[in-house]
Design a binder for this molecule. Sequence first.
Ligand SMILES: [Zn+2]
Length: 84
Amino acid sequence: MNEQNIITNSWDKKHISCNVCRSVEAVMVDPDRWDKYITGGLVQDVWPEATPAYREQIIGLRSGYHVCNDCWHSVGWESDEEEE
Ligand SMILES: [Zn+2]
């Protein structure tokens, strides 16, 4: 069997809207990982290599609450992305 890149194989396209500006973003999600996540997996365990921004989108998909990058910056909320 060929080993396929689990990141690019069988993506599901989901949509998430920003609670502030209402803009809609498309988020590509691996359905296998999504299953793990919604059945109790932690986002950092299911997507250990994902960026903080991507994890935010995933969390938003599940919780229904999401703020896009532009709005994060415009309201001046801190994110943990630059933690050292
Ligand atoms: Zn926004």
